[in-house]
Design a protein. Structure first.
Length: 275
């Protein structure tokens, strides 16, 4: 790639696999030879913990540090706060201090652009930057959508998760119309899929037939598996924890799909999936 692509991985519903997807897609892209930065934009620090930092609150530097510097126009080295993981990805960690930053953003000039301003200082060092968003449509998520080139939406195949997609897509559309006209939806990723149940099969079929008319629904479906939770506990990706698992194969396939989307958007304008 000749330029960095910034992808926000978001869904206002919690527990749908955003962090798991960020970790494993990021490591998958690194395995393909890309330079990857993962940004933890959630004060709970789930991404940070999933990459082996068991006590994020003890970190001296984090996303809160660099966003504060951006707000106050304090120059920092591009390497500030970034941690190198032994699976080939870089991590900008997060901790509880980010909660204070989000609250303070409401009184900040150009508050929607703070994260974008930070990312602009480091993006020349990377091919992909993945932002793990918090489970809300608050100011940090808006910052992520403004900073992003595109969005990947993990969603479970159940009624409540799919019902929330409309609200999320409206929010993305609003950001696109008013602040970030280049924002695209790369696709919806079905996670924690139990293909044995008729309910899941029916919802997936319906989603592909309806939403899939305007928005890509990735062919990859990530199965429900305890192995994904185990890998997070171990602080490694599923590729290291259990290379032969179905979850590992799913994220390998997702990586290929995301790379293909990246090539498509580089060579042609492509369809506008956000209405």
């Amino acid at each position: 790639m000749n330029q960095c692509k910034v992808i926000a991985i978001t869904n206002q519903k919690g527990g749908v696999g955003k962090t798991t997807t960020t970790v494993n897609l990021g490591v998958g892209l690194a395995k393909e030879g890309y330079r990857v930065l993962l940004i933890d934009a959630d004060p709970q620090g789930s991404l940070t913990v999933s990459l082996g930092i068991k006590d994020p609150d003890s970190l001296d530097e984090s996303l809160a540090t660099v966003m504060t510097a951006s707000i106050e126009d304090i120059p920092l080295s591009p390497e500030t706060g970034i941690i190198q993981h032994n699976e080939g990805v870089d991590l900008m960690p997060s901790n509880i201090e980010l909660s204070g930053i989000e609250t303070g953003l409401f009184n900040t000039m150009s508050r929607e652009y703070v994260l974008r301003n930070y990312i602009n200082t480091v993006k020349n060092n990377y091919d992909y930057i993945l932002i793990d968003c918090m489970p809300s449509l608050g100011m940090m998520t808006i910052n992520a959508l403004v900073a992003a080139d595109s969005v990947i939406i993990p969603s479970q195949p159940n009624f409540l998760s799919t019902k929330g997609l409309n609200l999320l897509l409206r929010s993305i559309s609003k950001v696109k119309r008013s602040i970030n006209p280049a924002l695209r939806v790369d696709g919806i990723l079905l996670t924690m899929v139990d293909s044995r149940t008729n309910n899941a099969k029916d919802i997936i079929s319906s989603l592909r037939q309806t939403v899939g008319q305007n928005i890509r629904v990735f062919e990859t479906e990530v199965p429900r598996s305890v192995r994904a939770a185990e890998s997070a506990l171990a602080g490694v990706s599923i590729f290291t924890h259990d290379r032969q698992s179905k979850v590992s194969m799913a994220y390998e396939n997702l990586t290929k799909e995301v790379c293909e989307v990246g090539r498509e958007t580089q060579t042609r304008p492509g369809p506008d999936w956000v209405r």
